[in-house]
Design a protein around this ligand. Structure first.
Ligand SMILES: [Zn+2]
Length: 71
């Protein structure tokens, strides 16, 4: 199985490659803290990440992927 974002090999049992899996985990962690504090929903959170120039490249790619997936 290949990472749906970059096409690299996916670790067994994972949805993304190692880099994007790590980004996905930090994205979820961020939503738990930040999403609650800001009172925003999942989709708004993803959009905010993509629009934020300070978001890391890997996290941004995951956020964009998730936003499209659930559209
Ligand atoms: Zn990847």
């Amino acid at each position: 199985m290949k990472c749906p974002i970059c096409g690299r090999e996916v670790l067994p049992g994972g949805n993304f490659c190692d880099r994007h899996s790590a980004a996905y985990r930090s994205l979820l962690e961020g939503f738990k803290k930040w999403g609650k504090a800001m009172k925003i929903g999942w989709r708004e959170y993803l959009k905010a990440l993509v629009d934020n120039p300070n978001t890391g490249q890997w996290v941004k790619e995951v956020a964009r992927h998730l936003a499209e997936e659930k559209a």
